[in-house]
Design a protein around this ligand. Structure first.
Ligand SMILES: Cc1cc2nc3c(=O)[nH]c(=O)nc-3n(C[C@H](O)[C@H](O)[C@H](O)COP(=O)(O)OP(=O)(O)OC[C@H]3O[C@@H](n4cnc5c(N)ncnc54)[C@H](O)[C@@H]3O)c2cc1C
Ligand code: SF4
Ligand code: SF4
Length: 448
């Protein structure tokens, strides 16, 4: 395997909003930064969302300039389609081994013209659309992807050679091999984000088998201007739904799933989607079944009250079961809280599970960084900085440290970048004691 070597001040792992912000904050201060992202484009979950609560600004309009800024910041080395696989201590810093997965496309030659994509005969489910739409075996991952280069899915390619013939610059290379990259760095920042509760997690909600029971991320794609169908429809028959119902805490505060914490964002994203739906489908009835509404941030309570005023129905009750009728309509069995625990059945056209946030990556085997009891990265001192891990020189930001919204992700990214900056300075000046409140705190927690 060919090996490339780079030397940087900071390695950021994960190219969602938290990782991008961390990398930009450090690079803008003059530090050399490597940003490693496992997918073929940076952007994380945020680039696939429709609009953001509570401002209802377009997500793509906020995220795309940030992605572009990362690509154009000369102090950032961007490594996409790349994963860290081992690490060793190197004096005061680290040597990190990462593998660049083969794209089967020469990144230096590819112009992103997509001629190869247009001729490819293989249609696959599109992961960017949460598998709702279709995409080719060779493709630019999505329209605003950074970098704007194609990636070839070798597992689903039928080796017909049409892309090779179509490419004017001869960029397709079926002989490409994985490439090893050795990254020498003073500090590491983990911004590996989250995954959502799998659709098949709860048998009570049909184990992911009921076609008209979708999740919050599906609805984000249906509502997004860049979505797969251009409007909201239900999967079973492509009809516009007249009655849409949300199930809150579908994967959070649930002992049976081992997820006892509140995922914080689900109430707010359900309210946001309900508001967007009342614009997209003005005649539809929209209901949110909930146990508590947690509108935790600045302006969020007002956002909730606005939704009520718009006619969105909030029903305090636990959805115990969803089954489907002969027309594949989801039928809800609801234990009503406000009516002395009576059990009622309501039929809707489309159900949306407000799925929770789960940790996406376990950093312990590679980075020796311990997790908290919920499985997110342990941050020892919430008062001093939520961005320290238990290991000196390794910091964390965003949803990798626990469920959080975009505002908090950006705030922890700034805090991680400033903690890392102080740490790098102290290491490079050879004065471990100066900014070493940070290093000391990490060492203390390590020995605690
Ligand atoms: C349905 C839904 C709607 C939402 N709507 C809103 C909203 O309107 N407003 C709001 O404020 N918040 C919203 N959120 C929350 C928001 O998505 C998160 O706050 C935000 O995406 C967190 O960003 P992040 O960068 O920490 O994580 P992510 O977006 O998950 O990014 C992590 C990145 O790290 C990469 N990665 C993971 N592991 C590795 C690895 N081992 N090596 C390299 N790369 C790796 C991933 O591929 C990804 O690109 C919503 C969440 C959901 C589920
Ligand atoms: S591989 Fe060739 S045809 Fe495909 S996008 Fe790149 S330059 Fe265009
Ligand atoms: S060789 Fe593979 S990627 Fe290229 S056009 Fe054929 S099926 Fe698509």
């Amino acid at each position: 395997m060919a090996t490339n070597k780079i030397k940087v001040d900071a390695l950021v792992v994960g190219g969602g909003i938290s990782g991008m912000q961390t990398a930009l904050d450090l690079a803008d201060q003059g530090y050399q930064v490597a940003l490693v992202e496992k997918e073929a484009s940076i952007g994380g979950k945020m680039i696939a969302l429709s609009k953001v609560f509570p401002t209802l600004d377009c997500c793509s309009c906020i995220t795309t300039p940030k992605m572009s800024a990362v690509a154009h910041q000369e102090n950032i080395t961007l490594l996409t389609y790349c994963e860290v696989d081992h690490i060793k201590q190197n004096g005061k810093g680290f040597i990190v081994g990462a593998t660049n997965k083969p794209r089967y496309v020469d990144m230096d030659l590819c112009t992103g013209c997509r001629q190869c994509e247009y001729v490819c005969p293989v249609d696959l489910k599109n992961p960017f659309d949460n598998n709702l739409g279709a995409i080719r075996a060779i493709r630019v991952p999505f329209s605003t992807a950074v970098p704007q280069k194609v990636v070839l899915d070798i597992d689903n390619c039928i080796l017909c050679g049409k892309c090779q013939t179509a490419c004017a610059v001869d960029a397709i290379d079926f002989t490409q091999q994985p490439e090893e990259i050795m990254i020498e760095t003073d500090s590491i920042l983990l911004a590996t984000g989250f995954e959502v509760t799998p659709k098949d997690a709860k048998k009570e909600y049909g184990n992911g088998k009921l076609l008209n029971v979708i999740d919050g991320l599906d609805m984000e794609r249906l509502l997004a201007p860049t979505g797969p169908y251009g409007h909201v429809l239900r999967p079973s028959d492509g009809k516009e739904p007249d009655s849409i119902a949300y199930v809150q805490c579908a994967g959070s505060r649930d002992e049976t799933l081992g997820v006892e914490y509140c995922s914080r964002v689900c109430c707010m994203y359900a309210i946001k989607q309900a508001m967007l739906l009342s614009g997209a489908l003005p005649l539809a009835d929209i209901t949110i079944y909930y146990m508590d509404i947690r509108a935790f941030g600045k302006g969020y309570e007002q956002f909730y009250q606005n939704a009520k005023a718009m006619g969105i129905q909030f029903i305090k009750g636990k959805v115990a079961k969803i089954k489907e009728d002969e027309n594949q309509n989801p039928v809800f069995r609801v234990e009503m809280v406000d009516e002395g625990g009576s059990v009622v059945e309501h039929t809707h056209d489309l159900a949306v599970l407000s799925v929770g946030m789960l940790p996406s990556f376990d950093p312990t085997p590679i980075f020796n960084v311990p997790n908290d009891t919920d499985g997110f990265i342990m941050t020892p001192d919430q008062n001093f900085s939520a961005s320290l891990t238990m290991i000196p020189g390794i910091f964390a930001a965003g949803a990798a440290t626990g469920p959080m919204d975009i505002v908090d992700s950006i705030m922890t990214a700034g805090s991680a970048a400033s903690a890392a900056s102080a740490y790098i300075k102290s290491q490079q000046n050879g004065k471990e004691e100066s900014s070493s409140k940070i290093a000391d705190l990490q060492k203390e927690s390590q020995h605690a």
